[in-house]
Design a protein around this ligand. Structure first.
Ligand code: PLP
Length: 358
């Protein structure tokens, strides 16, 4: 068993939708399913805009390009590596600001000290779907005229006070990869603060031109009809997926309350969380490895999301230490979590995790 299992809709539903694509012969380049997926996501989540793209990494790169980001980008040591590499890929310098030990989100109190005349942007991550302090980050960005990009790859379905998390920042991006809570096999989304930015992103994702009108440089980040169908069908199951994940996390929390571990969850009661991951913090790396290896031996593969801390990546030209982030990364482990998990499978995980401490 792996840390996640891709959610797939009923096979017949996919085949029926495919038949229509066969009939029309229109397989990509903003076909009807891509356009419909964007509309359905906007409606479901209440976002201002939505652009479907082919993955979450190009979504980040397009966001950086659309906002014309240069120089230094303030970012977090605790995320998937794509956050850092997208910054490097766009010829910018990542500047790592340490995290809050409670949730692993970027620590807003440390951001201002990291700002230099070369800083143009804050790229923060709602790690595990737990929102960053969007109010504090917004105020800092305003004061220093910085752009904000939220890597919201983990945050599909998350809201604060009823407002979609994708509505924060100049641009929020997400991933619909097969390992994520909501998937279209491969895919991603770009959510902009206004229509002008949305139009820029739309152009950038289709080579920078509309028919014979060549407007800007661009890339190819278009979503195909095959992926869009998967997204549309899975979207119908979103509420059920989140509800099942919630139950599984609740059982983990309840039955393992006596273990020397801490569950990483949102602290803000106004957050509607999506239970994208079940991260637990061990007291030290040795304890983590003991449990990790014990479970691995019997075929239960947890993942060290996220290790190593990104400020320690070997190919960075310079980086400052982030003691909290590095400490967090060494002690955090994500437990298997997917809606198809049976009660027996979960019992087995819990029993063996308990055993691993002996
Ligand atoms: C998965 C992920 C990405 C990349 O998304 P892809 O669709 O796999 O390209 C970027 N950032 C974070 C935080 C992620 O977890």
């Amino acid at each position: 068993m792996n840390v996640t299992k891709t959610f797939l809709p009923p096979f017949d539903d996919y085949v029926n939708a495919l038949k229509k694509v066969w009939d029309s012969g229109w397989v990509t380049n903003r076909g009807e399913n891509t356009v419909a997926l964007e509309q359905e996501i906007k409606q479901k989540l209440g976002t201002k805009t939505c652009l479907a793209v082919n993955n979450g990494t190009l979504a980040l790169q397009i966001a950086l390009k659309a906002l014309d980001i240069k120089g230094e980008v303030i970012t977090t040591p605790l995320s998937y590596v794509a956050t850092t590499t997208s910054i490097l890929w766009e010829h910018c310098d990542p500047v790592f600001v340490d995290v809050l030990p409670e949730t692993g989100g970027i620590n807003p109190a440390l951001i201002e000290d990291a700002i230099t005349p070369r800083t143009t942007c804050i790229m923060a991550v709602h790690c595990y779907g737990i929102p960053c302090d969007v109010e504090a980050i917004g105020a800092i960005a305003k004061k220093h005229s910085l752009k904000i990009i939220y890597d919201a790859a983990h945050s599909f379905g998350v809201s604060i006070k009823g407002q979609s998390i994708f509505n924060y920042g100049d641009i929020s991006t997400t991933s619909f990869h097969a390992t994520k809570l909501f998937n279209s096999v491969e895919g991603g989304g770009i959510f902009c603060a206004n229509n002008e930015l949305h139009e820029k992103c739309r152009l950038l994702h289709q080579f920078g031109h509309d028919y014979d009108n060549y407007i800007s440089q661009g890339t190819n980040a278009k979503m195909s009809e095959f992926h869009s169908i998967m997204g549309r069908l899975n979207l119908r199951h979103l509420d059920a997926i989140i509800a099942l994940r919630k139950e599984i996390v609740a059982r983990y929390t309840e039955e393992m309350s006596d273990l020397p571990i801490r569950f990483v969850v949102p602290r803000d009661t106004e957050v509607h969380w999506n239970f994208a991951y079940c991260p637990i913090l061990f007291n030290n790396e040795k304890a983590l490895l003991q449990s990790f290896n014990h479970l691995k031996k019997i075929g239960i593969n947890c993942r060290r999301y996220f290790y190593p801390a990104l400020n320690t990546l070997p190919y960075l030209s310079k980086s400052l230490p982030c003691p909290e982030g590095e400490n967090f990364a060494k002690r955090v482990l994500c437990l298997p979590l997917f809606p198809q998990m049976t009660p027996q499978e979960q019992s087995n995980i819990i029993e063996n995790l308990k055993k691993s401490f002996h």
